[in-house]
Design a protein around this ligand. Structure first.
Ligand SMILES: Cc1cc2nc3c(=O)[nH]c(=O)nc-3n(C[C@H](O)[C@H](O)[C@H](O)COP(=O)(O)OP(=O)(O)OC[C@H]3O[C@@H](n4cnc5c(N)ncnc54)[C@H](O)[C@@H]3O)c2cc1C
Length: 280
């Protein structure tokens, strides 16, 4: 391999911030567009980029936009520390660097002709939103779409308007729940697994995609299995601290896998036994 080929995925391309939308008190969606002739970006739902905030650092963030719109890259970021806070504080017109897209995507081709069951917790809806866009723009290729989404409180729900509009689409069921509802919340309260009993599941013909805290994915996968889905029908997206994003540095090693290049999306069949081990 030439030096140029090795360096290419390590070189950030300049993008400018076009739009910043506040989703919740700590979570923002930023739309970026390529600058200086940087190529438009095609990506698979579920893939991520490495985003450079110049002078601060680099962070892995899933692409949360519509894979059909290749002139922009959209990211939804929860401010939890130095780099995420710097990224969500960018203003329209600011420059940031983008490497990628990296990693494996959700198996939208495998799911073609099947029911799709999407289960998300908190910021985990962001990496799954491109799947929902994909299904809604290729509606005839998929059967029922079931979206189960849990957040800590009503004000932590992402994409509220879109959740409502997805729920109005044909053959689509969207259920949301929160841990703490407050007086004005008229919807479900409880962890996301409690939604399964209200979901219009057809286990034999379903493919499930899960993203959220590991403990949530562990319990959802277990309950989906109890409902009759096989492990081969379930996919999960994993997160670990990462640096290079291309399998060189080993920061994101997970058993025999590197999450950056073998994941972040894995068949549950493949990593279920590791996911069952706490703190791995
Ligand atoms: C493949 C991938 C996709 C991701 N997609 C998104 C996304 O779409 N939106 C989003 O908001 N975040 C996403 N993250 C998480 C995001 O990268 C981290 O929140 C970010 O790197 C934290 O950096 P920081 O400097 O702001 O915080 P730090 O100061 O580094 O950390 C703040 C807190 O977050 C924890 N943390 C740091 N990095 C990670 C990590 N990679 N995973 C889990 N916890 C971490 C730390 O342990 C600490 O508790 C993704 C991570 C990966 C690996």
């Amino acid at each position: 391999m030439t030096t140029a080929a090795i360096l290419e995925p390590m070189t950030p391309l300049l993008h400018s911030v076009r739009e910043v939308v506040k989703e919740t008190p700590d979570t923002f969606t930023l739309t970026l567009q390529p600058e200086n002739g940087a190529p438009e970006s095609s990506f698979q739902p579920g893939q991520f980029s490495m985003l450079w905030v110049f002078g601060v650092g680099e962070l892995p963030i899933s692409i949360s936009g519509d894979p059909g719109k290749q002139d922009r890259l959209v990211y939804t970021v929860r401010s939890v520390g130095k780099a995420t806070n710097a990224f969500v504080s960018q203003k329209p017109g600011a420059d940031v660097g983008v490497r990628g897209p990296f990693g494996t995507g959700w198996p939208v081709e495998v799911a073609r002709g099947h029911d799709l069951v999407i289960v998300a917790g908190g910021i985990g809806l962001a990496p799954l939103r491109p799947v929902i866009y994909h299904v809604l723009s290729h509606r005839a290729d998929y059967d029922r779409l079931v979206v189960l989404y849990g957040a800590r409180s009503p004000r932590d729900l992402l994409y509220r308007k879109e959740l409502a509009s997805w729920a109005r689409q044909r053959e689509t069921q969207v259920l949301t729940t929160v841990d703490y509802g407050g007086l004005s919340w008229r919807n479900h309260v409880g962890v996301v697994t409690t939604l399964l009993k209200f979901a219009r599941l057809r286990p034999a013909r379903s493919v499930a995609m899960l993203c959220g805290p590991e403990i949530m994915m562990r319990f959802v996968a277990r309950d989906l299995e109890a409902h009759g889905l096989g492990r081969s029908q379930i996919y999960v997206s994993m997160e670990r601290n990462m640096k290079c994003a291309v399998g060189f540095c080993g920061h994101c090693q997970y058993g025999p896998h590197f999450i950056c290049k073998d994941g972040p999306v894995f068949p549950y069949e493949q990593i279920g036994p590791m996911l069952d081990k706490y703190e791995l």
